[in-house]
Ligand binder design. Structure first.
Ligand SMILES: NC(=O)c1ccc[n+]([C@@H]2O[C@H](COP(=O)([O-])OP(=O)(O)OC[C@H]3O[C@@H](n4cnc5c(N)ncnc54)[C@H](O)[C@@H]3O)[C@@H](O)[C@H]2O)c1
Length: 295
């Protein structure tokens, strides 16, 4: 038998495997439907199959841009209902989320607050609560607390998640993604990191470890002092942006951490393009991939 990547990952999720064995005996989710809007990739296949082993009926869809076809295929082969597939289209994903809610899940696993906010537009009897993965999702759902009136466990608040994922894994995967997507090296590049929370610290440390020159822009003075004492430069925002070769925002959903005017002038300066090639929306960097410096 050929061992797939998903088998390999599943074999190495030791805690989930132990929980699966226990769930096989205790079946805590027997008779319950769990709806998910989390990333669908190898590790979450292991998570979803663990919940299935606990007796749950799963109705899943993925997130924008991240759904991996082999994960979808594997879940379907295991009898899990997966709505839709990989998509970059927010509207299409919205329709997938609505279809998950049509199954009236008893519990929701959310990532970014999309399922819970859509639930408020079309409530149904029986939702017990669920989980929200991210800081961004917590910030979005907190003002809706009175309307939701259900326990929602914020996975990001777990101390283990804070250091294992936010401090370490996010920075490492950001660096890995940067290298893979841009096909550039980081050596000697001026990288500006907006936000020096758990994730920002990891991003800054990883890029510094990859021989980039790293500066930090941070609104909180105490946190900014921390960045300074960690040996990073902390110039004023406009100076940092003007000097940057690469800007990474790790602030959470704070609107306009870098406003459009700064982003536009930064992109014009860094990546001058013949008329017509520059994307109308500076937040859409797709067009810049054709630039020889980045592609
Ligand atoms: N696996 C993942 O992809 C993953 C995991 C965890 C968190 N996240 C996301 O990463 C982001 C950051 O998470 P975190 O846990 O580090 O949050 P955090 O709250 O610990 O840190 C955010 C920092 O940004 C600073 N900040 C806010 N607005 C700013 C601005 N306009 N300019 C400069 N600094 C500003 C804040 O003062 C704070 O220090 C969130 O969007 C979160 O959802 C992603």
């Amino acid at each position: 038998m050929v061992l797939t990547r998903i088998d390999w990952v599943r074999d190495h999720c030791h805690l989930l495997r132990a929980i699966s064995t226990e769930f096989g005996r205790t079946r805590p989710f027997q008779g319950l439907t769990i709806g998910t809007g989390i990333h669908l990739e190898a590790k979450t296949v292991a998570l979803i199959l663990t919940l299935r082993d606990g007796g749950a009926r799963l109705v899943c869809t993925g997130n924008l841009n991240t759904t991996q076809p082999d994960a979808v295929e594997r879940l379907r082969a295991e009898g899990v209902t997966v709505i839709g597939g990989p998509t970059k289209d927010p509207e299409r994903r919205g329709s997938y989320l609505d279809e998950v809610l049509t199954a009236r899940p008893d519990l929701i696993l959310d990532n970014g607050g999309d399922l819970f906010t859509r639930y408020l537009d079309r409530p149904y009897q029986g939702l017990l609560g669920g989980t929200e993965e991210t800081t961004s999702g917590r910030m979005r759902l907190e003002p809706l607390r009175e309307r939701l009136r259900r326990p929602i466990l914020v996975v990001n608040d777990s101390p283990i998640k804070q250091f294992a994922e936010n401090d370490h894994a996010v920075g490492q995967s950001s660096l890995e993604s940067f290298l893979r997507l841009t096909n550039r090296t980081t050596n000697g590049e001026q990288v500006t990191v907006f936000g020096y929370g758990a994730c920002g610290r990891g991003v800054a440390a990883n890029f510094r470890g990859a021989y980039a020159r790293v500066s930090v822009v941070e609104v909180d003075p105490v946190t900014r002092l921390r960045a300074h004492l960690d040996g990073l430069s902390t110039p004023p925002r406009d100076v940092a942006v003007a000097e940057a070769d690469v800007i990474i925002t790790v602030t959470g959903p704070v609107p306009r951490a870098i406003d459009t005017a700064i982003a536009t002038s930064y992109l014009d300066r860094k990546y001058p393009h013949p008329r017509g090639l520059r994307p109308a929306n500076p937040r859409n960097l797709q067009g810049y991939r054709s630039n020889p410096r980045v592609s």
